[in-house]
Design a binder for this molecule. Structure first.
Ligand code: EPU
Length: 438
């Protein structure tokens, strides 16, 4: 099999594996830590984040926040802990002008808008990059901040915002957007008066952000419900905080899906089943046993998977980020399953890659119809984004023969050593390092 990735991009090679056994520890959540890092803009002092995943997006966010004036250094976690520690020093010497070449590389750059506007009254930043699932507008972020008194100009070069002190406001979202909820909450922390967000996002990562903000001196109620109330405080009331990043529920789901597809009996340490209710329900319907266990969840599967139908929805619904995993599982299950995508119109591009492994999947609008086939066959595939890339690695372990996963840099954005963790469960998977220019 030839290796056709661009020079410098590693290749993951997976071959038929299972049953898996042993234990795997799930790192902290990408979609929380990036927002916690941005929240450190709000208060001067030395912040400390623990359980930080070692992923590319954290490195990009470190560059971006460094460019606006935060001093960020990483240190290995203490023995027995996972991930790394990040010390974030905010001396107050910050500029609200974010360099385009860094901001453009990561979706979470939009999370700088709320804190910087609230603190400095202006912002100048590239429009957010990140995975391309079709249009990913930020109109709800901007409308919410406009209600608080900000004015924006959007040009092909970026986003320019201005405001006097932001004013508390009643903001009702037409859709519980994760990013818009985060931006309004962080902006409201320093606003004058009370901000009430209705139809707010309820994701565990929003609760994590609000927990850290409260530790910093913010006054927030209702995190985790659809109404969040933020009572603005003065700048002097805020201080630096120490905070442990919540477990990554999508990485936890990835290791559970690996057990489902390869069979086995695995302890998924730090998995928080309270944050994964809908996924656990669907996996159990498919024949996977998931039970709470000491410090995590015990996941077992010893028979064929059964098909189910799934619709992605905002939390507590079935997360869109789980979707490529369950589509891969359905590709090998008995019967036909329908997966409906309700968040991102363009998030079915990896289906073509699964078809290379022999999956039978038809797309009809925002529905994927997956006819389970007895087995998948190894092939060369490309990771189109973080979550789809991880699903292809897992599918490669279940396929007959060898699967090469290219464009691994997408997976690196959000997964902390997926190869090492799967290999630790007995999976046949390795990473071929390719140096730039090779
Ligand atoms: N939307 C709008 N207008 C807005 C904001 C959102 O139309 O102003 C739409 C989006 O276009 C999308 C939907 O609402 O169709 C959901 O967007 P949301 O704002 O909830 O998502 P996000 O904050 O952009 C985060 C995660 C995504 C995850 C979604 C949904 C981060 C950095 N990203 O994105 O994670 O899929 O929430 O749960 O937190 C990933 O980790 O691979 C990933 C893509």
């Amino acid at each position: 099999m030839s290796i056709g990735s661009p020079a410098g991009d590693d290749v993951i090679v997976a071959s038929t594996s299972g049953p898996l056994s042993g234990e795997v520890t799930v790192p902290g959540a990408k979609n929380s830590v990036l927002k916690l890092m941005a929240a450190a803009l709000l208060a001067d002092g030395r912040h400390l984040l623990t359980n930080v995943p070692v992923i590319e997006d954290v490195a990009i966010m470190t560059d971006l926040l460094g460019a606006v004036g935060l001093r960020i250094s990483a240190a290995p976690a203490a023995a027995g802990e996972s991930g790394q520690h990040l010390e974030i020093v905010n001396t107050g010497a910050i500029t609200p002008i974010a360099p385009f070449e860094v901001a453009d590389r990561i979706r979470a750059s939009v999370n700088l808008v709320g804190p910087l506007l609230a603190r400095f009254g202006h912002i100048d930043i590239a429009l957010p990059g990140g995975d391309d699932f079709g249009g990913r507008p930020i109109d709800m972020h901007l409308r919410g901040l406009e209600k608080m008194g900000a004015e924006f100009q959007v040009t092909p070069d970026g986003l320019f915002g201005r405001c006097a002190r932001l004013q508390g406001a009643a903001i009702e979202f037409e859709f519980p957007s994760v990013g818009a909820t985060e931006n309004i909450v962080t902006a409201a922390v320093l606003a004058d008066g009370v901000t009430v967000i209705t139809n707010a996002a309820r994701e565990p990562e929003i609760v994590d952000l609000c927990d850290m903000l409260r530790r910093m001196g913010a006054r927030i109620e209702g995190a985790g419900t659809n109404t969040i109330t933020v009572t603005g405080v003065e700048q002097q009331a805020l201080h630096a905080a120490t905070h442990e990043v919540v477990t990554d529920r999508v990485q936890a789901a990835t290791y559970m899906a690996a057990v489902a597809m390869c069979r086995g009996d695995v302890l998924v340490r730090r998995a928080n089943l309270d944050h994964m209710g809908m996924l656990v329900e669907r996996f159990r319907e498919m024949g996977v046993s998931i039970e709470p266990a000491d410090d995590g969840a015990r996941v077992r599967c010893d028979g064929p998977l059964r098909s189910v139908n799934v619709s992605t929805l905002p939390y507590p619904g079935f997360a869109t980020d789980y979707k490529p995993l369950i589509v891969a599982m359905l590709a090998m299950a008995d019967g036909t399953g329908i997966v409906t995508e309700n968040l991102y119109p363009g998030r079915f591009r990896y289906v073509e890659e699964l078809r290379r492994l022999g999956a039978e999947i038809d797309i009809d609008g925002h529905h994927a119809v997956i006819r389970g086939v007895g087995h998948l066959d190894g092939a060369i595939v490309n990771a189109p984004d973080i979550r789809a890339g991880a699903a292809l690695v897992v599918a490669g372990l279940a396929a007959q023969g060898i699967t090469e996963i290219h464009d691994v840099h997408h997976i690196d954005r959000g997964y902390d050593d997926i190869v090492g963790r799967l290999a630790g469960l007995g999976a046949s998977v390795s990473r071929i390092r390719r140096s730039a220019g090779a």
